[in-house]
Design a protein around this ligand. Structure first.
Ligand code: NDP
Length: 329
């Protein structure tokens, strides 16, 4: 069974028990570094993985498109695996960060798949913003093989991943989450146990629905003001000092919409996927959720119009096009 990895303090002249501390430090040095396999080095996966070596982990990376894995291995101390199985074989903990749970499930089987490599007692941590049903199915399959599973989607965006300040919302057994906490702490500031397997996915989906609703509502409001001739910079300043403000109005709109920068950090296609998860959850749970359902329809249509590579905030362009106005000009 895998143990947790205590970090021993180095002896210092201020330490009242230098011999004990020194012995603990020596013990720490004698342990092999835990090996982490990271699979899926996209917009958020790559900056997450890049923190691991600096936090004392041995890193093995795999990515479907090999060049991305080579790029990460060039930037930090990491080895590149040729297959998911090869990455998993070396790992105490394997982390996946793929578009949807479907791709994660698709990585399990075959001679190159994760199940061919993962050892009994290891843990698969899925940082994909996944769907709870598929996560439960994956967890059950792993359990048959003596492997634990944690769904651990993240929030905080590309910047949070680069700064190592992500929020990580975990679903799984408390003891397993405690075991992997030092690994998650390499890229996460808030690591929160949300409940059983699937709970992390569910909290993430609701967060994403709120994000989408904020984007659309802020876009509608500012387009209306722009069309009426109100300076949207002034309007946004007022809103951000008032009760209508949100992260969307305070950060996303000034940095991305009013500036017309629209950087591509999180694909609209992925937010559409998140909204479907949230809408399905509400429907399956018998909860009336007209706002979530409508947001899901609006973002699905925006994805169809703007394509697979558009950023999530670019959904505002659809409002601008139909209103015949540009916010921020
Ligand atoms: P990207 O689209 O940037 O990257 C997707 C990654 O998945 C790439 O490494 C891609 O490989 C790989 N991939 C796609 N399809 C397959 C497949 N069939 N088999 C194996 N690998 C595959 O996505 P992000 O990094 O932005 O997002 C990853 C997850 O994190 C998503 O669930 C997203 O919702 C979530 N997320 C993203 C945030 C962000 O700001 N970007 C913020 C919070 C959560 P290849 O290089 O070959 O294309």
């Amino acid at each position: 069974m895998m143990e947790s990895w205590p970090v021993a303090p180095l002896p210092s002249i201020r330490n009242p028990e230098p011999d004990l501390a020194f012995a603990a430090a020596l013990d720490q040095l004698a342990r092999p570094m835990p090996t982490i396999a990271f699979l899926g080095l996209g917009a958020i996966g790559a900056p997450m993985a890049q923190h691991l070596p600096a936090h004392g982990f041995d890193l093995v990376v795999w990515n479907r498109t090999r060049e991305r894995a080579d790029r990460v291995a060039k930037s930090v101390r990491a080895r590149v695996a040729r297959t998911p199985a090869e990455a998993a074989r070396a790992a105490d903990v394997a982390i996946t960060c793929l578009p949807t749970s479907r791709e994660v499930e698709g990585l399990l089987d075959g001679e190159d798949g994760l199940l061919a490599g993962l050892r009994r007692g290891s843990v698969l941590v899925d940082c994909t913003s996944g769907d709870p049903g598929t996560s439960r199915r994956i967890a059950a399959r792993l359990r048959e093989n003596g492997i634990s599973f944690v769904d651990a989607p993240v929030s905080g965006g590309k910047r949070g991943a680069e700064e190592g300040t992500l929020t990580v919302m975990c679903g799984g057994e408390p003891a397993v989450i405690e075991r992997v906490r030092p690994v998650l702490a390499a890229f996460g500031k808030n690591i929160i146990h949300c409940g059983d397997v699937g709970a992390g996915d569910m909290v993430k989906a609701v967060n994403q629905a709120l994000l989408a609703i904020h984007i659309w509502a802020t876009g509608e409001g500012l387009a209306t003001l722009a069309k009426a001739g109100v300076d949207t910079h002034v309007a946004l300043d007022v809103i951000n000092a008032s009760s209508g403000r949100s992260n969307t109005s305070m950060n996303l709109f000034p940095e991305r919409v009013l500036s017309r920068a629209f950087p591509r950090t999180f694909r609209l296609a992925l937010l559409d996927k998140d909204l479907r998860i949230a809408a399905d959850m509400a429907r399956d749970g018998g909860v009336p959720a007209p706002l979530t359902q409508l947001a899901s329809e609006l973002f699905r249509a925006a994805r169809a119009e703007l394509g697979e590579e558009a950023d999530h905030v670019e959904a505002v362009r659809v409002i601008e096009r139909t209103a015949g106005v540009e916010i921020g000009t």
